[in-house]
Design a protein around this ligand. Structure first.
Ligand SMILES: Cc1ncc(COP(=O)(O)O)c(C=O)c1O
Length: 429
């Protein structure tokens, strides 16, 4: 198909809810490591990684070799039969999980992973009430849209009772108008108020992202999750860390984003970077919680030989090549370079994130912090022209999300910053 035929077919044959970035959609034909190419043969430096999914580079040779071999050996039998790839992945995850004896359930997406986590929390506690955070994103099913704290991502009539929303820890735009640290992390205490005022007081649990992804890489103060997890447990609930974006070393030095905050969750969910592009969802739980799910349940493709082979290869590679350390070190370098840009470009109101998960929030003026939504759209177009891929996020669409593969080098960061700088200069006019 030609580029135009692809765009036309998308327009005529896909649901209109399938949206593309940019005024003229970018048709990608192939990719390798940190680069992708469009239908006109242009090369782009990919600093978004298919929404934080390309964890070890596009079409990674080592991962692909294992996937190709598995494709020729066994593709599918479903989980009513035991296979080595699923068992080996579950064993590997048990070895890096936040506690002893953790068990895994595999599905095909982050949405399903979160569905499973909420089900397990409800079965374990006997309560149905869940706390979620404003500005969160947890998926596209009815339940997970219900858990999502951004109106734009809640389609159709929302039909999910039993979910209450606490304020998030958004220091740049504190919902209480306070300043850290003199605020005493009031947003964390808000969870207690929400439980006491909007639930029966006995909750099933709370789900939260260690750093809010779609929300615009909103990064809480270090005390936040410790306080919140304690409050949740005081009210009978379990704490679920949604690590769809933050796992696998992305935040630097540690496997799980929640570890950055010194908190051990009761359950965690992940997807995206685990498969480096192959569809896989993970719900992992401490044994008591996993064991509470007594009935039968099945995900036809969950735990299949191909995605689980890919996932184990990804984890092995992250370990062998010390990529979580690279995420910390190259991420710190990237952060420093973004802060340099902030000094020269007044439109950058905030720089935040951890490791190789960094964002800039764009504002019309630093005093009023008016979101620079239109300018962000223009920056996306300019970045495309300058051949870099970045992501957009935030409730107001004014946050640029930067999340390259975990194995990029400083030279890639230098090239990226130079092109981002040019893009920022071009939207000033
Ligand atoms: C934090 C978080 N949770 C859940 C999901 C849903 O994952 P999926 O799109 O694989 O269903 C996403 C997707 O962006 C996410 O960022």
């Amino acid at each position: 198909m030609t580029k135009d035929e692809i765009i036309l077919a998308n327009k005529e044959c896909l649901f209109p809810s399938v949206f593309h970035y940019y005024r003229d959609p970018l048709v990608i034909t192939h990719a390798k490591d940190q680069y992708v190419w469009d239908a006109d043969g242009n090369q782009y430096l990919d600093f978004f990684g298919g929404i934080l999914t390309i964890s070890v580079g596009h079409c990674n040779d080592k991962v692909n070799a294992k996937v190709h071999a598995q494709t020729d050996k066994l593709q599918h039998v479903s989980t009513v039969f035991a296979t080595e790839p699923q068992a080996a992945l579950a064993r590997t995850i048990a070895g890096i999980a936040p506690g002893q004896g953790w068990k895994s359930f595999f599905t095909t997406s982050g949405t399903e992973a979160n569905e499973m986590a909420i089900l397990a929390a409800r079965c374990y506690t006997g309560s149905s009430e869940i706390i979620a955070l404003r500005h969160s994103y947890h998926g596209r099913s009815s339940l997970t849209m219900g858990l999502t704290g951004q109106g734009a991502w809640k389609l159709g009539p929302v039909m999910q009772p039993g979910i209450a929303f606490a304020h998030n820890a958004y220091c740049y735009r504190c919902p209480f108008g306070l300043t850290y640290p003199s605020c005493d992390v009031k947003c964390a205490q808000d969870v207690k108020d929400v439980i006491r005022t909007t639930t029966s007081g006995q909750i099933a649990g709370m789900i939260a992202e260690p750093i809010q992804g779609v929300g615009g890489f909103i990064t809480p103060p270090k005390e936040y999750f410790g306080i919140v997890a304690a409050i949740v447990r005081e009210h009978g609930g379990i704490f679920i860390s949604d690590e769809v974006q933050t796992a696998w070393g992305r935040t630097g030095n540690k496997w799980w984003g929640i570890e950055q905050w010194g908190v051990t969750p009761d359950m965690l969910t992940s997807a995206k970077g685990l498969g480096n592009g192959l569809p896989i969802g993970l719900t992992a739980a401490r044994p008591e919680v996993a064991n509470a799910l007594k009935g039968l349940t099945i995900s036809t493709f969950g735990g299949g030989p191909i995605p689980t082979t890919a996932a184990k290869a990804v984890i092995d590679l992250i370990e062998e090549e010390n990529l979580a350390v690279n995420a910390a070190e190259t991420g710190a370098y990237l952060r420093g370079r973004l802060e340099d840009l902030q000094e020269r470009h007044p439109i950058i109101g905030d720089v935040r994130g951890m490791g190789l998960m960094q964002a800039i929030e764009l504002v019309r003026d630093r005093e009023s912090k008016e979101p620079a939504t239109e300018e962000t759209a223009r920056l996306m177009e300019a970045a495309r022209k300058n051949r870099i891929l970045i992501g957009k996020g935030g409730l107001n669409g004014n946050v640029i999300r930067i999340s390259p593969p975990l194995n990029i080098r400083r030279s890639d960061v230098d090239e990226f910053i130079c092109l981002l700088d040019l893009s920022l200069l071009s939207i000033r006019a």
